[in-house]
Design a protein around this ligand. Structure first.
Ligand code: 5AD
Ligand code: SF4
Length: 443
């Protein structure tokens, strides 16, 4: 009998990368590889990398060092590295030279070539590097090996045209390319037929969806069509760029019953000076207006955001504008990042970088404030009844089940296998900053 072959993929970074890893896994499984969690047992190990901040890159180098021992123990092991980091010349050159145990380097635009690249290596053709500079249209539709039975990610637009001055994404993911509407609708219909209850539409800027397509298709229209799919219970999406967050979209979110009442709307800073230098394309007053209108039209909505602290030239006064914004808008959740210079971006060249200690201190202040607000907002839910989509056992305890509210709050309930994949009403009994706990209310 032939020996089984195993693969392990290690993913860094955002949901887009997680979803790419599902596609890499899908291709490996079609090639006959089986998944494993054990590096020592693997016949192929793939790192799917991220470059958004420096620490993401440092982690990858650490992991590459660690993998050397596995190659020593098993010389037939294939080690591959792909993802955003490989779209840049420097890391590719460094890895090729200094990490001789790496067999395969591939980019974000050619993930669909993985099987052919592996076959080349297996045929003894030596180390393989294939990184495409320019995306040749869309990456073709690929089978995904999904982690969850009732939730799935669906990519709707690849790349980004915004060129925020701190951000590396447009350089490594290329320009915006929307998938045709019917390809997305077909994929979602298929997912629903396979038992998926919740889909999350992915794109760096979902609000740009359709702008590059020949017809009139836009994101609100896509949501309308997906809302009609039988079997689907919920539709999420991320990320929305505030500049492109139109009234048309707002009223669709309000109108469509399956569209989750949660909007991730990264603002990055509360200071007009910093926003301008970031090339975000809006002012703080505009952002306030958008959030207030969303809250007015959809009162139950939750809004989350991203902040970067310590952008070059950010003064104490600028930072206080961010604090004031958080105090007034009361986000349900905020992801807060220390500015990390990314080589090749305009902001990295600036000479007025903020000292590391100042950045750290600002981050602490911002996080502390946001934690209090998230806590208060969740506390206010105690005693209310919320609807959650039950996904299954929590990551930490198989006896506890987890699900999310439409507003994207993670809620724990007692284990009940019959509830998986169902919308259930839960009376909230306790709340922390990031999680809720409740009892199922029998209908
Ligand atoms: N430094 C810190 N944070 C960054 N982000 C993007 N680029 C950088 C950078 N150079 C953050 C932004 C974005 C999120 C995905 O990552 O807040 O919204
Ligand atoms: Fe980066 Fe700005 Fe595009 Fe987001 S919108 S991916 S922050 S360039």
């Amino acid at each position: 009998m032939l020996k089984n072959k195993y693969y392990k993929i290690i993913t860094y970074g955002c949901q887009m990368n997680e979803h790419d890893s599902e596609k890499l896994a899908g291709m490996l499984e079609e090639m006959g590889y089986l998944p494993t969690e054990e590096l020592a047992e693997s016949d192929i190990i793939i790192l799917n990398t991220c470059v958004i901040r420096e620490n993401a890159e440092l982690k990858v180098y650490g992991k590459l060092g660690e993998l050397k021992q596995y190659k020593r123990e098993n010389p037939d092991l294939i080690i591959g590295i792909g993802g955003c980091m490989m779209q840049q010349d420097e890391p590719v050159a460094e890895i090729y030279k200094k990490y001789q145990h790496v067999d395969l380097i591939f980019g974000t635009h050619n993930i669909h070539h993985l099987p052919a690249l592996i076959e080349k290596i297996a045929a003894g053709k030596g180390r393989v590097v294939e990184v495409w500079d320019e995306e040749e249209g869309l990456i073709p539709d690929l089978p995904s090996q999904r982690k969850s039975e009732n939730e799935a990610w669906v990519s709707i637009i690849q790349g980004c045209n915004n060129f925020c001055t701190y951000c590396i994404v447009p350089y490594v993911r290329g320009r915006e390319r929307s998938r045709p509407l019917n390809a997305i609708v077909n994929e979602c219909q298929q997912l629903a037929a396979d038992g998926v209850k919740e889909i999350t539409l992915l794109g760096q800027n979902v609000n740009s969806y359709g702008k590059d397509l020949a017809d009139e298709t836009d994101f609100p229209e896509l949501l309308s069509q997906l809302n009609e799919i039988d079997g689907l219970l919920r539709i999420r999406f991320m990320t929305s760029h505030p500049r492109d967050f139109s009234d048309k979209l707002l009223f669709k979110i309000k109108e469509l019953d399956k569209v989750a009442k949660h909007i991730h709307l990264p603002v990055q800073s509360g200071s007009n000076k910093v926003l301008k230098e970031m090339n975000r394309g809006y002012k703080r007053e505009y952002y306030f207006e958008r959030v207030k209108k969303i809250q007015q039209e959809v009162p139950e909505v939750s809004i989350s955001t991203d902040f970067i602290v310590g952008f070059p030239g950010e003064s104490e006064k600028d930072f206080e504008q961010t604090i004031a914004m958080v105090e007034e808008l009361k986000f349900d959740m905020a992801y807060t990042f220390i500015y990390s210079p990314r080589s090749g971006t305009p902001a990295a060249k600036r000479t007025d970088q903020v000292p590391e200690e100042v950045k750290k201190e600002r981050l602490q202040r911002l996080m502390k404030l946001q934690n209090q607000i998230s806590y208060q907002k969740n506390q206010a839910l105690i005693g209310t009844t919320q609807e959650i989509l039950v996904t299954g056992p929590s990551d930490n305890d198989p006896e506890v089940f987890a699900g999310r509210t439409s507003t994207n709050k993670l809620c724990f309930i007692e284990r009940d296998d019959n509830l998986i994949g169902k919308l259930v009403k839960v009376k909230i009994k306790t709340a922390k900053s990031w999680t809720l706990e409740g009892n199922v209310v029998n209908a």
